[in-house]
Design a protein around this ligand. Structure first.
Ligand SMILES: Cc1cc2nc3c(=O)[nH]c(=O)nc-3n(C[C@H](O)[C@H](O)[C@H](O)COP(=O)(O)OP(=O)(O)OC[C@H]3O[C@@H](n4cnc5c(N)ncnc54)[C@H](O)[C@@H]3O)c2cc1C
Length: 382
């Protein structure tokens, strides 16, 4: 039986574990904290990634996940996208065109039709689109569902266990070193979110990822809108089944990785900016109080696309870095990573554009050149 050691108990790692167990592998998930405690349990819950080669599989799998996992994810299939201005609406329609080309259906809405679906929306909004695809799920529920399903299938999840290095022999990883001891392996999946870069570096592999904080705000409960998901104006999110609006958005705050190990409390200017944009979108509920907020850390590749790759050296390592789109894609990315780990290739999507080697010629200072650098008091211009 193949022994897969998955580093990281986020959506990517747990989904990989779930699919690998279904194929009969032995699986150990090693998580430095508790499952879903980092970005995977803190995000907007969106599952609409039309530019990804995994989009068709994302859309195929989500409606089945509650049954497959045996626990609820609160997935809802439809979503309304709102353009407050004509420019915002045109950008939304550009994304819709990409999905339509793949056979997905969306209906354009004028302001009246939009307000029938989302009564809170601004009376001056340019319009919107009802997507018959995409949708959203509850991140906390989904991560719990993945973890329970992994345990039900006999997988081992070692929480509060930090990976600190690797044992290698003959061009392969033969053991994963943790602060609790050595774990033997046949294949290793590195799905440690922003920490993927640091861990890969221990094997001499450069994975270009920049870490950034993103924030979410949650309002008190409001009357339920249809489909639960309506966003735009630079914020993404969903309405919970209880009625809370849970929304997030930029600007990203670039951070040093040591800071990323525990997301710091929210930074109030970012939180205020997210709340302001939510209430511009929904002025009729601008009286609603923000009752909760949190920050999470996202991992960003230079081109914004995930890295999903089984490397040549060592030849039993799969790198899975999701570049800020990892929650929605997780049913599909986990299945793809399982196939890379167990079969060496993915048979349902072309992952060529997600290979790590696309960054081979990347300059060492790529993050600085992009301006993706943490703000420091010392570096600030007086
Ligand atoms: C506010 C916010 C909103 C977002 N909105 C969306 C959205 O709407 N839709 C979407 O698709 N994506 C969204 N994202 C991005 C998404 O959450 C991430 O891309 C995704 O969760 C990444 O999952 P992951 O499992 O790859 O990484 P993570 O969730 O970061 O999990 C990695 C795990 O590895 C563990 N780990 C790290 N180092 C070690 C080590 N040395 N040893 C053991 N374990 C280790 C960590 O503790 C962590 O639990 C959002 C993110 C944030 C923060």
């Amino acid at each position: 039986m193949t022994r897969v050691v998955v580093i990281g108990g986020g959506a990517t790692g747990l989904s990989t574990a779930f699919w690998s167990l279904r194929e009969g592998a032995e699986v150990v998930v090693v998580e430095k904290g508790i499952v879903g405690w980092e970005a995977s349990g803190r995000n907007g819950g969106g599952a609409t990634h039309a530019v990804s080669p995994l989009f068709a599989e994302e859309q195929r799998l989500w409606p089945m996940m509650d049954d497959l996992l045996g626990y609820p994810t609160e997935y809802q299939r439809q979503r309304v996208r709102i353009g407050l201005s004509r420019r915002q609406l045109d950008l939304i329609l550009e994304g819709v065109t990409i999905a339509r080309r793949q056979g997905f259906v969306a209906h354009e809405l004028d302001n009246k039709a939009l307000r029938e679906l989302v009564p809170f929306v601004s009376e001056t909004a340019a319009g919107g689109v009802l997507l018959e695809y995409g949708g959203h799920a509850n991140p906390q529920r989904t991560l719990q569902a993945y973890a329970w399903a992994v345990q039900d299938l006999g997988g081992v999840i070692q929480q509060h266990t930090t990976v600190i290095g690797f044992e290698t022999a003959g061009g392969r990883i033969c053991g994963v070193r943790t602060d609790q001891g050595l774990i033997g392996c046949d294949v290793v999946v590195l799905a440690a979110g922003p920490h993927t870069a640091q861990l890969a570096a221990k094997l001499g592999i450069r994975v270009p990822l920049a870490a950034a904080r993103a924030e979410m705000v949650v309002t008190e409960p409001l009357p339920l809108i249809r489909f639960g998901g309506a966003d735009g104006n630079g914020v993404y999110g969903r309405q919970t089944l209880r009625g809370n609006l849970a929304y997030g958005g930029g600007p990203h705050e670039w951070i040093d990785l040591p800071d990323a190990s525990t997301p710091k409390p929210v930074n109030s200017p970012v939180m205020q900016s997210v709340a302001k944009r939510v209430f511009e979108l929904f002025p009729k509920v601008a009286h609603a109080r923000v009752i909760r907020s949190w920050a999470g850390v996202v991992e960003n590749t230079p081109d914004g696309r995930p890295i999903l790759d089984r490397l040549g050296a060592p030849d039993n390592l799969v790198v899975a870095g999701m570049s800020s789109v990892g929650f929605g894609l997780s049913p599909a990315s986990g299945r793809a990573v399982m196939q890379l780990a167990l079969n060496g290739a993915c048979d349902f999507a072309d992952l060529a554009q997600l290979k790590l080697s696309r960054f081979d010629g990347l300059a060492g200072d790529w993050a600085e050149a992009a301006g993706w650098v943490p703000w420091t008091r010392e570096g600030a211009v007086a």
